[in-house]
Design a protein around this ligand. Structure first.
Ligand code: CP
Length: 361
């Protein structure tokens, strides 16, 4: 870690102006914060994924589950979700339970003192008085970073985990997506060299934006961005890919790229970000996948989705071997448990337990 790079040692204006690729070094302090995809190295991802698998295996047996529950039984986590969520909220909550961490939540700002005029910053500072970690989802892009910076300027800095911010970042979703890709491709050479096809609303899907960055850490991958023109991936992400030397193709022809895909990452239309209902006039009929496509894709190809879905994946293929989106969702619980444990610096105890007892896969 570069010890000069401390959130407490930089003004908010200077920090905000940094490129994403330089911000990450500020989040590795004590405590570490998880805020953007750009803060992860390939080694960190590998360690988190290995730990997630170990936690999963240990948790299968009652004595292992009991051991895990002792690890963070002296800690409390605050789940602050100012935007709707099913999977991220529940998987973080379940991850906390696996590790014995008590949780509290505010899932709707209208039930907090924000309705009395309290600022979101003061709300979060209030949460930090009672919790040892804040896991937060917020509609405002960059707000989780602002909170981490603010925490670093208090006497009680606690870790912030970004569970989705604005339309810009969803770093823990990107981690569970990479974990799913790594597990899916375990027997066929891993993520390196694979063709990853993103389909749907790529302009406003924060999961795609975060995952596209993590994929730059792998060798010889090609990213395909398949969307109608008005929903195509942002220039800012393409600039990051250019700078990282990652190959990509921007197209609206899903049928043409389908046979080459190793992973097809579907996304829904994010019309909650519409200003005037503009999504309703976009023809998305050629950006869906169903039973008729199963003969076209590679035998080893996987179909993913951050969920929730609408019509872009037919329910007919839910039990097809290519469909991994339900497993992907469950993987979120294990990788988030690994992240929480690592945030508190307790991963070595799990690794030691695993080496001592060697639980069955
Ligand atoms: N993938 C995801 O973020 O789902 P939720 O919005 O249900 O948390």
């Amino acid at each position: 870690m570069d010890t000069d790079k401390k959130l407490s040692g930089i003004s908010w204006q200077d920090f905000k102006a940094l490129p994403l690729t330089e911000k990450g070094a500020y989040f590795d302090g004590t405590p570490p914060h998880t805020l953007i995809a750009q803060q992860f190295s390939r080694k960190k991802i590998r360690d988190l994924c290995a730990l997630a698998t170990r936690i999963k295996r240990i948790n299968k047996r009652r004595e292992g589950a009991n051991f895990l529950k002792t690890l963070l039984c002296d800690k409390r986590a605050m789940l602050y979700f100012a935007q709707p969520s099913s999977r991220t909220y529940l998987s973080f909550n379940a991850a906390c339970q696996i590790l014995g961490l008590d949780t509290m939540d505010v899932r709707d700002s209208s039930t907090s003192s924000e309705v009395k005029g309290e600022s979101p910053e003061d709300s979060v500072r209030t949460f930090s008085s009672y919790a040892d970690m804040i896991i937060m989802r917020h509609p405002k892009g960059g707000f989780a970073e602002r909170v981490a910076w603010m925490m670093a300027h208090t006497k009680r800095e606690i870790p912030i985990l970004n569970a989705g911010s604005g339309a810009d970042q969803h770093p823990t979703q990107a981690l569970l997506d990479i974990y799913t890709l790594k597990r899916s491709f375990e027997k066929i050479g891993g993520v390196d060299g694979k063709n990853i096809v993103f389909v749907g609303d790529l302009a406003r899907g924060r999961t795609v934006r975060s995952l596209a960055w993590l994929l730059t850490l792998y060798d010889d991958v090609t990213l395909y961005f398949v969307a109608p023109e008005s929903l195509q991936i942002g220039r800012d992400i393409l600039d990051l890919l250019d700078a990282a030397g990652t190959r990509y193709v921007v197209t609206d022809d899903f049928a043409a790229v389908m046979p080459d895909a190793d992973a097809i990452y579907m996304t829904r239309i994010q019309d909650e970000w519409d200003l005037r209902g503009e999504s309703s006039s976009i023809d998305t009929s050629s950006f869906r996948i169903g039973a008729e496509h199963m003969a076209v894709i590679k035998d080893s190809a996987v179909i993913m989705h951050p969920l929730p879905r609408r019509q872009e994946i037919s329910t007919e293929i839910d039990n097809d071997p290519h469909a991994v989106y339900w497993r992907q969702m469950r993987n979120g619980m294990w990788i988030r448990a690994a992240l929480i444990l690592t945030t508190f610096g307790r991963q070595d105890e799990v690794n030691q337990y695993y080496d001592d007892y060697k639980p069955e896969p």
